[in-house]
Design a protein around this ligand. Sequence first.
Ligand code: NAG
Ligand code: NAG
Ligand code: NAG
Ligand code: NAG
Ligand code: NAG
Length: 542
Amino acid sequence: MSRYLVHVTMMVMVHILCQQRVGSFVPGASVFGIGNGTASGGSPKARVAAYKASISDGVDVLSLSLGSPNHQDYFKDVVAIGSFHAVANGIVVMASAGNAGPSPGTVSNVGPWILTVAASTTDRDFASYVTLGDKKIIKGASLSEQNLPSNKMYPLISSVDAKNINASIKDALGCQYGTLDPEKAEGKILVCLGEDSNMGVEAFRVGAVGMILPNDKGRRDEMRPRPYLLPAANVGFENGNYIYNYITTTQSPMAYISRVKTELGVKPAPYVASFSSRGPNAVDPAILKPDVTAPGVNIIAAYSEAISPTGLESDKRITPYMAFSGTSMACPHVSGLAELLKALHPDWSPAAIKSAIITSSTTTDNYGRPIQDSVSNEATPFDYGAGHIKPDSAADPGLVYDLNITDYLNYLCGHGYTSSQLKLFTDKPYTCPKSFSLADFNYPTITIPQLGPGHSVNVSRTVTNVGSQSTYEVRIKAPPQVEVSVEPSKLRFQKKGEKKEFRVTLNWKSKTENTTGFVFGRLTWTDKKHHVRSTIAVNVTQ
Ligand SMILES: *[C@@H]1O[C@H](CO)[C@@H](O)[C@H](O)[C@H]1NC(C)=O
Ligand SMILES: *[C@@H]1O[C@H](CO)[C@@H](O)[C@H](O)[C@H]1NC(C)=O
Ligand SMILES: *[C@@H]1O[C@H](CO)[C@@H](O)[C@H](O)[C@H]1NC(C)=O
Ligand SMILES: *[C@@H]1O[C@H](CO)[C@@H](O)[C@H](O)[C@H]1NC(C)=O
Ligand SMILES: *[C@@H]1O[C@H](CO)[C@@H](O)[C@H](O)[C@H]1NC(C)=O
């Protein structure tokens, strides 16, 4: 690829796809009055984010919500190359991790000059409660502005029981267009399985009064509220089974769907969304990816008033806001934070901003427990990287792990890039140093791709003081089967900008736990006021 093409790609990226700036505060942002609040970006408890794309010069943060799902080497990856040039120009680049989870090894946009963002939930639900004739109450999710007349139960049927004779059971079960018979569905609440993308179009067409959408097994309890055309609730997989069972075992099944209510302070939150792409990093297993997680589920954002929320012409509704889910929704939260940090610390490099966001993030949820995934298992750094972003702490991280463009080029040298491959990344010819240890690449997390019996690895890192005079001590939470020591264990800084190097030794520990595969721990520098956390990930072999 020619340099010209790289630059053109970069321009295209800037102008069409990427640049999202944090919108100003917009009061009264809601979807049909639901989730009404002030829209902004990057605030500590951000549940609402509104962004307007703008095209301008003097960009200092680039947010990429695109990426190729195949894991190519950086020199074949236009996003990696383009973003490298952006970073060389002092621009902080964030990118979404992708929505290919929860399978392992799916994370995209993994260049170490990029901040890779996973998606997690917020503590806000758009709740709609289903009451069954047997008094069972089931919590669901919805953004429908329609309400059922209250104090009355409605006949409840599975959509299959309203099937057109010519339709397949599978299509009728999902309420696909044209598969239901109005004579059988009118005035009833329909249960339609799994597919929530049709937004109730078929149920509405056949005159149903309401709709219940149970998740299939894959999505379990992860609910997606949508602006359905009729009163409707998306419910979890187990609850769906309960409802189907209630219908088949009851003489005249009945149900009611409550109006949508915005609930705050929901627990547990955050947890990592099932769709969020996962580590390990398929391009370079020595760099932990994703880097962090941020709110990316049911985020209210600006929506085009030129089309209806269902995208259908028959749908006459318009809304300036809509709720979206995806790592593309998580990414702008981190961009907002990066812009804030850039404004507070104009002298910080892109790597310093990245480091501040990574080392200050948290791995606990609002129960004070370890962050979980969508099926209530304890999440790992392959799900959330260093953790969930914590804007207040990121503004004052104490220490940063800095990197400049020479370090990034040396990193590529360490991967054996030829001079013609390096030319894609730099305008000037670059000569690789005679030796460069990838283990010493100053990334804010530490990942050892292999540690076998009797072996040890030395890793060095340099921290830069961005606070005032202070003394830091190291705290280690060693991964199972690994012994970790740090030298020195105390770092004394006299002034801002001072750099100190330390060495971490990781030893394979004798067979007590008998673990294989990736294990995780943490190295923290603390002066009591700041806690500069680095995730340690080690692939242990026996
Ligand atoms: C949203 O809240 C604001 C302020 O509380 C209120 O003035 C406005 O009417 C509300 N909008 C909707 C659509 O409910
Ligand atoms: C199935 O039958 C219905 C009602 O008789 C009709 O409206 C519909 O077009 C038919 N669909 C197909 C695919 O033949
Ligand atoms: C980049 O940082 C390295 C230390 O990692 C330093 O030796 C080098 O001079 C720096 N290069 C530039 C261009 O600032
Ligand atoms: C790590 O460093 C220590 C102290 O300098 C040294 O004794 C040891 O051999 C080193 N280990 C490796 C694997 O290089
Ligand atoms: C360790 O694991 C291996 C393979 O899973 C097994 O064969 C071995 O017996 C285990 N050793 C101990 C001490 O548990």
